[in-house]
Every structure is written in C-alpha cells, then in structure tokens.
Write a protein that binds this ligand. Structure first.
Ligand SMILES: Cc1ncc(COP(=O)(O)O)c(C=O)c1O
Length: 398
C-alpha cells in the first residue's frame, strides 16, 4: 500500500489467491453464525462423535509420550494397515514403504496431487457441480479447471462423452469425486470403465477422491485404481473424516505409483512435515477395530437417506435417489425461487440451513444440498419446517 492509500503491486494480495472466489458456503454460514434455534443441514460432516475405542487410542498414545513427529510418510504401521485395507476391500496393492503418504485430510492430499502433476496452464477436467475445494486446488497449482456439466437427468454421473469433448492437448488429468459431494451420486462400473478408457487413450492421470468410499447404499463402491491398467495412472485418496466420523482429526492418505508419491512427498515434507501423531494412532485403531462402527453408522445414514428422499419428493422437491455420501440434492423448482433465494428464505423464515447448489458450480443452480448426517428426529423436524416453507412458496409461485 502506498502512502496515499492506493494498493500498489507490492502491497497487493497475490493474483492466484485473488482468483479464488470466496466460498459460497462460508458466506452463507456467516449469515447464521449469530442466529438461534437453527437446524443446520448445511455442514458436510457426521453428527456422530468418533467411536470411543478410536478416541482412546489417541489418548493412550499421548499418555505414553508418543508426541513427536512421525516419518514424513506417516507411521509405518498405519501405512501397512491402509495398504492391507485397500487390498482387502478392492484388491488393489500399494507398497506401504513407498506408495502411501499419510496426509492432513484429503484436503492436503488433493493439493499435493495437483502440485505434483500440474504445470502452469495444464487442464484438469472435473464434474460440475463438485466439492468446493476442487477448483481452488487446481488454480493454486497454476492449472485450469475445466467443468463438465452433470445433471439430474443422468443422476449427476459424469458421462465419458462429455469428458471427451473437453479433452485438449493441455489436459493433464481427470478429477473424479465420487461418491459425490454435493449430489450423493455414484459412478457405476461401466461409467468408470468408460472414463478409464479415455484416460488410457489420451494418456491422462486420474485423481480419484474416494473419501466417501465406505458410504454407499445398495451398490458397490468401485475403486478407480483397481480397474485394469489404472493403478499407475491414478492418484488415489481416501480418508477417515467421513466413514469413521473423524473430521476434526485431519487424517487421510494419498496412494500412487512410486514416482508420483515421491513428487507429492517433496511438497508434503515442506508444508506439513507429518500428519498429527495422535490422529495417526487413532486412524490405526479405526482400521484395526472400526468396522462394526462403520457399518452401524452406515445403516443409520441409510435409514435417514430413505426418509429424506421419500419426504422431499413427496413435498415436490424432486430428488433422484443418492446412492452415496450423506447428501440429497433436490431441485427447488416447484417454489419458483432461485437456489440462493430458497436457501436464504428457508433460513430466515424457518431457521433451517441448507446450501445453495450454485455454491458447487454453475450446474448446481436450481438445487440445494441437504446433509442428512443429523439425528433422525432432527431431520423429521427439519422436514416439517421445509414442508411449511415449500407450501407457502408453492402457493405464491402460482
Ligand atoms: C469430496 C470431499 N473431498 C474431500 C473433503 C475433505 O476431507 P478431509 O476432512 O479429509 O480434508 C471433503 C469434505 O467435505 C469432501 O466432501
């Protein structure tokens, strides 16, 4: 800043940070921070507290004085457990010594992946709507984010033909975020095989954010790197936040062939050093003894999911059946309101917070994201309020 108050180049915020738009979700949650009696179905995190044995494992590690850095890659026992877990579930093999990095959330893993493979101007193709952090991760690495429209007509799956139309000589990677936040969509095996075929033909990397892999309902999660020929093209990421109710622990992992893991490590060692040690012990316990809890939470999410889909459709907020994660993504068309006006009105009039679909990309317009990771009775109350709001606005829209 110069003496006369003008912002000069030297005093300015960097261009790449300026290019990031403020998160639509954050703006919205600023609104409700000082309101009372809100039912928030806005935040994408489990209502469950981390299971007791997992919490105890972290406490024990602290009491035993394991309070130091770990290897940059993460505790070897944890990497071995992750490797075993992926092999057991999906039959895909990663060497715990060289092909797995324990990270501070998938959030870090995503940024490592981008920084490892993107040069200025490289393009990354991704579904729209998608998780809010994808585009910033691409932009901060100097890349270009190329959105592929998805819609309720195809249950928000990303269609290979739509991807192919957007492939150019600068395309470096396809970013796959399924099961999807915000839509709850999953990609079936044939959808993924078609993407794999494109990746092979055009020599592309695939960044697979599979953080919701365990949260699928009546369908099987297909791990992208387990598809024939895909392991060595894939930067696979998975985490503990969602399935084990561990959002606050900040723990996840990235897996890839050795040179890609080494490239991610070159960034990770300088920006994070190692993921939090107590959280790593907690994650180890989660993998060793967490299966029963995962199944219990999954069954409860499924019960809530079925009620939400039924009730939202019954009140006219049409909603395809989400088969993964813990979100519904209904259309608000019946009210005649935009998604932003719907979310703002619902918050002001009925004190229920949901997120406008446009916060997740231009093709999220006309929808809202409703997170059902809340107790069943709270969801029932929220639905009652939403029904009241829709009924009022449906009338006035006519
Ligand atoms: C699709 C997706 N990827 C990544 C993340 C971030 O996960 P983590 O808590 O592991 O950083 C989220 C969190 O909402 C998400 O929905």
């Amino acid at each position: 800043m110069s003496d006369d108050g003008q912002v000069t180049h030297k005093g300015a915020i960097s261009q790449h940070v300026q290019s990031l738009s403020a998160s639509g979700i954050r703006r919205f949650f600023d609104l409700l921070s000082n309101m009372e009696g809100i039912i928030s179905l806005g935040v994408g995190e489990p209502d469950f507290v981390t299971p007791t044995n997992i919490r105890n494992a972290a406490v024990r590690s602290i009491e035993e004085g394991r309070t130091h850095y770990t290897s940059n890659y993460g505790l070897i026992e944890l990497r071995q457990a992750i490797s075993h877990h992926l092999e057991r579930l999906y039959g895909v093999e990663y060497d715990p010594a060289t092909e797995i990095i324990v990270t501070t959330g998938v959030s870090e893993a995503l940024n490592l992946a981008m920084l490892a493979i993107i040069d200025r101007g490289d393009e990354v193709i991704c579904s729209d709507p998608c998780y809010v952090a994808y585009q910033p991760a691409v932009l901060l690495a100097g890349g270009v984010f190329v959105p592929v429209p998805t819609s309720a007509a195809h249950d928000f799956r990303m269609l290979a033909q739509d991807v192919e139309e957007r492939i150019t000589s600068r395309t470096k990677a396809i970013l796959l975020g399924y099961p999807s936040n915000p839509t709850g969509a999953v990609m079936e095996r044939d959808d993924l095989l078609a993407v794999a075929e494109l990746a092979r033909r055009h020599d592309l990397f695939v960044i697979a954010d599979e953080i919701y892999d365990r949260l699928v309902y009546g369908t099987e999660h297909i791990c992208f790197s387990a598809l024939a020929g895909m392991r060595d093209r894939t930067l696979l990421m998975g985490g503990f936040s969602k399935a084990y109710a561990m959002t606050g622990w900040r723990l996840a992992y990235a897996c890839a062939r050795v040179d890609l893991t080494e490239a991610m490590m070159r960034v990770h060692q300088y920006i994070t050093m190692s993921a939090p040690t107590a959280a790593q012990y907690a994650a180890l316990e989660a993998l060793r003894n967490g299966e029963e809890d995962v199944r219990g939470m999954l069954a409860e999410y499924d019960r809530r999911r079925r009620m939400m889909v039924r009730e939202l459709n019954a009140m006219g907020l049409t909603c395809f059946e989400p088969r993964g994660a813990f979100y519904c993504f209904p259309s608000v068309r019946v009210t005649g309101l935009s998604d932003e006006a719907f979310a703002e009105g619902l918050l002001m009039e009925e004190k229920v917070a949901v997120v406008p679909g446009s916060a997740f990309g231009q093709f999220g317009v006309g929808h809202v994201r409703i997170c059902y990771a809340m107790p069943y009775e709270v969801l029932e109350q929220a639905l009652e309020r939403i029904r009241g709001f829709v009924d009022r606005h449906r009338t006035s829209a006519k």
